[in-house]
Write a protein that binds this ligand. Sequence first.
Ligand code: NAD
Length: 495
Amino acid sequence: MREIAHWINGASTAGTGSGRLPVWDPATGEQQATVAVADTEDVRAAVAAAREAFPRWRATSLSRRAEVMFRFRELVDANRKEIAGLISAEHGKTVPDALGEVARGLENAEFACGAPHLLKGGYSEQASTGVDVYSIRQPLGVVAGITPFNFPAMVPMWMFCNALVCGNTFVLKPSEKDPSPSLLLADLLRQAGVPDGAFNVVQGDRTAVDALLADPDVQAVSFVGSTPVARYVYQTGTKAGKRVQALGGAKNHMVVLPDADLDAAADAAVSAGYGSAGERCMAVSVVVAVGGVGDALVDAIAQRVSKLRVGPASDPDAEMGPLITREHRDRVAGYLAQSSHVVVDGRDLVDRPGFFLGPSLVDHVDPGSPLYRDEIFGPVLSVVRVDTYEQAVSLVNSNPYGNGVAIFTRSGAAARRFQYEVVCGMVGVNVPIPVPVAYYSFGGWKGSLFGDLHMYGPEGIQFYTRTKVVTSRWPADLPQAPASASVDLGFPGMR
Ligand code: NAD
């Protein structure tokens, strides 16, 4: 059976840890490989390699680091199909969906090529007589990224493109469920000119995460995954004195006002609800039907859902693939078993080989029910009916998650009021999955993010650097310098 290894100091290695985990083919339900499970020694080796590589990589000129990132961008572009193939094989998403993931990841490499512009400091000449003050941005050192199964290429690229171009070295701990794309990306970084040790991959589970969180040489941790683990990573990492940004789970609402274009809203709900089998942190999981719009909207969604073609990624006509594991599929199907008002029931597909569940639609969902409260992370769309706009906003704002939200309306005034009032990190107006482009930053509010800075874009550059302010005097060269220095114990003024 194929063995998936770590990538440490520029080479593939099985490491010292003896643990192995199965990697499934979600389309067949069969095991396709095993992945190494890092022990603390493996993590130590990866962090040591990153620590040793740091001084040289930091000293590499900024224009050269940007050039390396540009070459990486070209290599990812040339290898889109290979990366997407690995994603589909282990995650199960369709090939067009996987290609979309690669394209969104690529945007982050492109953004990183322009990072020199954001790494500029400020300069104040003659802040005091003969004194100049300026700020510089410096990298942190060794930084770690811990990533989820649902975007095994894009989410690592959210992190390491900016981290590396800023001069940091990186240790990635990808999801153990689909570990292979990270190794191809590691090889592409090597080909692009990232030196050995500057980028490492440790495969594994909680043991590796805990070792990274405890390692004194790891300066900062970026995490993306479920809310309980995000909270744990944030609390443990910050307690150990590290800088941490930890993005968690989501329950994304799509509010449909009575004046909305119903066909556009139904298309959007189906695309955003069932794309990638609902395993996206920005998937729409709740449609909030306002006023009298419910019956027509549910009909329009149901008609579209019944036409969706579910199948393996090898089927070019498949629009939706399987779920990631059998346990996860069964958990998602369990919510349907508890629900009344199931309009479209996807459980007839569970008897197929593989981890399939058909797209499902539940109407009249009670906001007190587990189906509404929990993050389902599967192809189940809930419809909650409310009477007024105010009730819709109150529902969204009292939800413990705050990742993405969307409003569908023809009223600019309603949309503007909504963006002002809604308590959520990313808002779509007639756009169902408002994932910001790479030159903004990505992040939710409330239980969807622990930390201060959002991921990628300008806030990513801030996260991976710290500022230093220099106050400098060169008196000998200045005609107005005092003839002789004298001792003065007073607090220095700036005049
Ligand atoms: P997960 O939390 O189970 O795993 C994420 C990472 O943490 C993996 O690398 C995993 O190995 C590790 N991990 C798992 N359990 C751990 C533990 N107890 N202690 C330490 N580390 C642990 O998440 P997942 O199932 O891989 O991904 C799906 C989740 O990720 C969903 O909740 C989804 O909403 C979320 N997600 C959020 C965003 C976002 O930007 N907010 C993006 C993608 C996915």
